[in-house]
Design a protein around this ligand. Structure first.
Ligand code: ATP
Length: 284
């Protein structure tokens, strides 16, 4: 496995605002990596430095073997290996979906087949529809199609599923997994904890320009070993107990009640519980 993105000691300030305050990251080939963090945490700034759209103040950055600030001798060749889906949508309202995707394909050395890409993002029915007639979620899917038409090795997705209905989000997650399975590396920012949980191999929680923790969604913040909350009804009273051994507690309750425990519930911390704890006090 090779490292596709490596970042060390990254800093970026806007005036006195230290937006990125010393970030280290290593993202491996073939992983889906999510950046999670509240508004203003520094995610977009970090990602745009990696994309070569913003300059950094200090630190070292390598993306696909090149420093995006100089791009070495790679230039356009380096850019062609990268697919970018920005937060804002493209404005290609007067072209059809097929025309837009085919047009973008011409910019690349070895693009994917436009029909195949349109099918991948689930817009085949809309191939001949004008961009401006698409719904918000359909436009977002067109953005994704334009981001992947160049057959990129590395894909940046900035809040890709904003405006998607639940079914479209699930279809989109399948698409992203498919691209990963074909060998692409994916870096996404998202505000949806369920999206990070369903999709990401690893997540980094970023807050006030610093990384709080990098882990798998299952292990983040000691989640797997956190205390479970067991609750049940005892007559008129709803009882609740935190336990490191919920199975033993449930067995004890079962014996006590002689079988079924009324309204039994065992709950471990969700990714959202852990995340909110980690960024506690960050909201302005
Ligand atoms: P969001 O989740 O809201 O997209 P983010 O984590 O992507 O937030 P950034 O956009 O990187 O956060 O912003 C980090 C900080 O830098 C914020 O305080 C923001 O106001 C500031 N900032 C970002 N871009 C600029 C800019 N061009 N000029 C001045 N300040 C900026």
């Amino acid at each position: 496995m090779s490292t596709v993105i490596s970042v060390s000691g990254l800093h970026k300030s806007y005036g006195s605002n230290h937006a990125v305050a010393g970030i280290d990251l290593a993202i491996e080939q073939g992983e889906i990596f999510a950046l999670l963090g509240p508004n203003g945490a520094g995610k977009t700034t970090t990602v745009e430095i990696l994309e070569g759209f913003r300059d950094r103040d200090s630190g070292s950055v390598q993306v696909l073997g090149f420093d995006p600030a100089t791009k070495g001798r790679a230039g356009q060749e380096w850019r062609d290996r990268i697919g970018i889906v920005l937060q804002s949508t493209h404005d290609a309202g007067d072209l059809t979906v097929l025309e837009s995707v085919s047009h973008f394909a011409k910019y690349y050395e070895s693009p994917k087949d436009p029909h195949e890409v349109i099918n991948l993002v689930g817009l085949t029915d809309k191939s001949n529809a004008l961009g401006r007639t698409l719904s918000g979620g359909q436009r977002r899917r067109l953005d994704v199609a334009l981001g992947i038409i160049g057959n990129p090795e590395l894909i940046f997705l900035d809040e890709p599923t904003t405006g998607f209905d639940p079914e479209a989000r699930r279809a989109f997650w399948q698409l992203i997994r498919k691209l990963r399975d074909e060998g692409a590396t994916i870096l996404l920012t998202t505000h949806y904890l369920d999206e990070a949980e369903a999709l990401a191999d690893r997540v980094a929680v970023i807050n006030r320009g610093k990384i709080v923790e990098v882990s798998t969604p299952a292990l983040l913040g000691g989640r797997a070993t956190s205390l479970a909350t067991v609750s049940w009804r005892d007559g008129v009273e709803l009882r609740k107990e935190k336990s490191a051994n919920p199975t033993a507690l449930v067995a004890q309750l079962s014996a006590q009640f002689g079988g079924e425990v009324p309204e039994l519930n065992v709950k471990r911390a969700s990714l959202e519980d852990i995340y909110l704890e980690m960024i506690g006090g960050a909201h302005e």
